[in-house]
Design a protein around this ligand. Structure first.
Ligand SMILES: C[S@@+](CC[C@H](N)C(=O)[O-])C[C@H]1O[C@@H](n2cnc3c(N)ncnc32)[C@H](O)[C@@H]1O
Length: 268
């Protein structure tokens, strides 16, 4: 198999072009074997892989572990790997080329292009996290990961919330997006649908009419977290069944949104 090195200027350029958003319709990039493993476990379709030279065998071993007849994409991947078919593109590159193609400084040996799927969320389960205009990718990814860890049933990204497919959000989700639905929606649709399905809308705000989270214990709820600067919208306040805050005995004006969400997701 051919190995693309930094000397193959044209090929490196072509690879970079393939990975740019413009040339990827309905797909996104992940980095590292761990995230590829999570994507494969979730049965996602892998479109192409850039793997560091010397790590092809690791890729083969890992994907072979997942290959089974119930998982078409994994089965295909394994078949492609062994038969070197051109359907799934596997590009072997030198370490420095991989680094130059990656978004992060340490892509951990691999970049994979994964096809997007249509995700759906109907609010029929017990616990949902709604992020309203949360802009920091690290905050968004961390909250999705925490929602997964705390056993939430889905996360809605409302308004101007950071794109879940951006490399930074993808990295900080650490594969949790493969465990629970992460869906973009308008705030109006999400609040109305959550309430219609009988969930209590718990809006976090530091306003004087909010109550301490220790006093609320809803059985099914949607928790609304707000923007890092402006907090939640007026609509989230109007539609709320309960306005809640975490008591802060110290002098800080507010908590980081990811920290507040973490406390609430593990205590409500
Ligand atoms: C930095 S705060 C926004 C502060 C904004 N000035 C306000 O009044 O809401 C960002 C988000 O973190 C959450 N948050 C921060 N501190 C909180 C607290 N003590 N209790 C509950 N949520 C909190 C809320 O979701 C808030 O919208």
């Amino acid at each position: 198999m051919e190995i693309i090195s930094a000397k193959d200027n044209k090929k490196v350029k072509a690879a970079r072009k393939l990975l740019t958003k413009k040339y990827r319709k309905n797909s996104y990039l992940i980095e590292g074997f761990h995230l590829l493993e999570e994507a494969l476990k979730a049965g996602r379709q892998v479109v192409q892989i850039f793997v560091e030279e010397g790590k092809l065998e690791k890729l083969g071993q890992m994907t072979a572990l997942f290959a089974d007849e119930n998982s078409h994409s994994l089965f295909e991947l394994e078949k492609m790997l062994t038969k070197n078919s051109d359907k799934l593109r596997i590009n072997v590159v030198t370490k420095d080329v991989l680094k130059s193609l990656a978004d992060s400084d340490s892509p951990q040996g691999l970049i994979a292009e994964v096809a997007k799927i249509e995700e759906w969320l109907d609010f029929s389960a017990a616990k949902y996290l709604l992020l309203e205009n949360v802009q920091d990718p690290g905050n968004v990814g961390t909250m999705v990961r925490t929602a997964d860890a705390a056993g939430f049933d889905g996360v809605c990204l409302l308004g101007e919330t950071a794109d879940p497919y951006s490399p930074k959000v993808m990295r900080s989700m650490q594969g949790s997006n493969f465990h629970l639905p992460v869906v973009k929606m308008s705030a109006e649709t999400a609040f109305a649908a959550a309430k219609k399905s009988g969930l209590s809308l718990l809006t976090t705000t530091l306003s004087a009419d909010s109550v301490s989270h220790k006093t609320v214990s809803p059985s099914r709820f949607a928790l609304v977290m707000g923007n890092e600067g402006a907090g939640v919208s007026d609509l989230a306040v109007e539609m709320a069944d309960q306005l809640v805050h975490i008591d802060m005995p110290g002098q800080a004006e507010s908590l980081n949104v990811g920290v507040a969400a973490g406390i609430l997701m593990f205590s409500l």
